[in-house]
Ligand binder design. Sequence first.
Ligand code: IPM
Ligand code: MG
Length: 352
Amino acid sequence: MKKQIAVLPGDGIGPEIVQEAVKVLDAVAVKFGHEFTYTYADMGAVAIDKTGQPLPEATLKASLESDAVLFGAIGDPKYDNDPTAKVRPEQGLLAIRKALGLFTNIRPVKTFDALLHQSPLKEERVKGTDFVMYRELTGGIYFGEKTLSEDQNTASDLCEYTRAEIERIAHLAFVAARKRRNILTLIDKANVLESSRLWRRVVTELHQAEYSDVELRFLFVDNAAMQMILAPSQFDVILTSNLFGDIISDEGSVIGGSIGLLPSASVGATHALFEPIHGSFPQGAGKGIANPIAMILSAAMMLTHFDMDKEANAITNAVDLALAQGVCTPEVFPEGSYTTSDVGDFIAKNIA
Ligand code: IPM
Ligand code: MG
């Protein structure tokens, strides 16, 4: 099969980890007889430096014309502490999500047995944790009207959702639950927010109409944040809005022991983008210490999206082997001396 992939390495460690993902994809192409071609383009701080724009026209065009987008990381400290900056790297990511219609962000959280001892939580609590978050990605408070008063002393961000926006992601989450342990947990703040009450109403109606075989649970987001630490293995599929999903997905991502291991997919009706959960880790850039596994597993999610299940499994098996044999960067195995590219080499070799 032929696939055209837009590759956006982005900022910080992005280029290093993307290089390893491409290495692994090339090994998959050889092994399974596919042809992957890549169009590289800039997004984020690197794009601002070159063009003044976080998402240049050419990058958007390349992304729209590709079968999928593979994206590294975004963000640069020179913008983080400057609230007056008019142009920010993150705007590129938000703009591409909106432009490609990527309304669902899928973030799986799975623990690796070899790494249970690395978790900040007690091993017996973490064991068996295997859930996936469905975060709404193109609506809510992220994209609602923003205001700042003339005197700059009053500001607001509107959180708005429509029935249609809730239904389209809820369908995906219910279907995912059916293929897993059949439990869907809606996380909201329906005791306070009108928009959350709409989420509950719409999801409940959909449940009754089409998915009554799935067990539907509700949790307020504050309680959910606590439950994720107390008993993470209770979750199967989590469905939530944009901001709540942003927060609890970072919380969920460290349960397994390293944020450097978790991939994500952002999908819409016509396009899809794959990126690790972690950020651009600017302090680690250029040192060969960045963990490429989340990026490589994001490439595996892309292959699943292409219906290349055998190929995706070949990657996940090779990653499991790397972790079982202690082949990973120092934040996971401090005794080892494996670099970013050593880890990519090992995974690529085990696919070949
Ligand atoms: C994420 C990130 C982004 C978000 C930032 C970089 C805009 O935190 O993908 O979770 O808030 O959605
Ligand atoms: Mg986030």
